[in-house]
Design a protein around this ligand. Structure first.
Ligand SMILES: [Zn+2]
Length: 271
């Protein structure tokens, strides 16, 4: 944040804090107390604050308003941190966004979904797993890999089309997803499934910042095997169609869409 941007940023910061209980950990400011010394810009840009704010408003609107947002997430502190190769990380009441480059609205929604799940003791992702007919079994997963039934290497994905570990259970967690997620990889598990399902739900055919990405995640399975997708690279898309492509290409026909819709409308009992 540049010194010239700080005044403009105050309003966004106040709204995030006041309406959504979202605290941005400020890494900008003067190096010494009483506005002394040099100004440090830190990792946040004013435009990113706006993007974060808009994504949070989007989530709040989709789940029934700012009070629901506050009730479901219970307050969140957002900071920029060096978290390696991924774009974000989340725990209960805490979201970290990478200092490497900027972040997308998709990442914000994904991480907020983790914080929402975490605030409920990760029960939401358990409920999603059950609702969609999935299960987690590291033993069965290993057995399948040993039997050569996996689309991955034995203990890691291979970096070639058709070998990234996308079939049910072909991932580090032994997560056998049920129904049709919008995608899967070696890191997929019930928590990632929940976060991606929330982002897909919030983007699907709503004409917002997430919508093009949500559609692109589904449309890629209409490509032929070995085709290059401009966002997702080369893979055996046609082969994976049966695992991920929803009926008529309509994501709202999936059990995941229905689960999130039921959840935001209070039809899922979370004990
Ligand atoms: Zn995640």
């Amino acid at each position: 944040m540049k010194l010239s941007e700080v005044q403009l940023a105050q309003e966004k910061l106040a709204q995030l804090k006041g309406k959504y209980l979202v605290d941005i950990l400020a890494d900008w400011g003067y190096e010494k107390p009483d506005d002394q010394g040099e100004w440090k810009s830190g990792a946040w840009a004013k435009a990113e604050l706006d993007k974060l704010h808009d994504a949070i408003v989007m989530v709040a609107d989709a789940i029934g308003g700012q009070e629901k947002f506050v009730h479901n997430l219970g307050g969140v502190t957002v900071k920029k941190a060096d978290i390696g190769s991924h774009g974000g990380e989340a725990l209960s009441h805490r979201v970290s966004l990478s200092t490497k480059g900027t972040f997308s609205s998709w990442t914000v929604v994904h991480e907020m979904a983790h914080a929402w799940d975490a605030n409920h003791g990760w029960k939401l992702s358990h409920l999603l797993e059950k609702y969609t007919g999935g299960y987690t079994s590291p033993v069965l997963s290993l057995a399948r890999r040993l039997a050569g039934l996996s689309d991955s290497g034995l203990f890691k994905p291979e970096t070639k089309p058709g070998r990234y570990g996308r079939r049910p259970g072909c991932n580090a967690a032994g997560y056998f997803y049920g129904d049709k997620p919008s995608g899967s990889n070696w890191s997929f598990n019930r928590k990632e499934d929940f976060a991606e399902s929330v982002a897909m739900y919030m983007g699907w055919e709503r004409g917002n910042d997430l919508s093009n990405w949500a559609k692109a995640r589904i449309d890629r399975y209409m490509l032929e095997d070995g085709a290059q997708d401009k966002n997702f690279g080369v893979d055996n898309w046609a082969h994976y169609r049966k695992y991920f492509y929803p009926e008529g290409g309509d994501y709202s026909k999936t059990k995941r869409w229905q689960f999130i819709d039921d959840l935001v409308h209070g039809k899922i009992r979370v004990t």
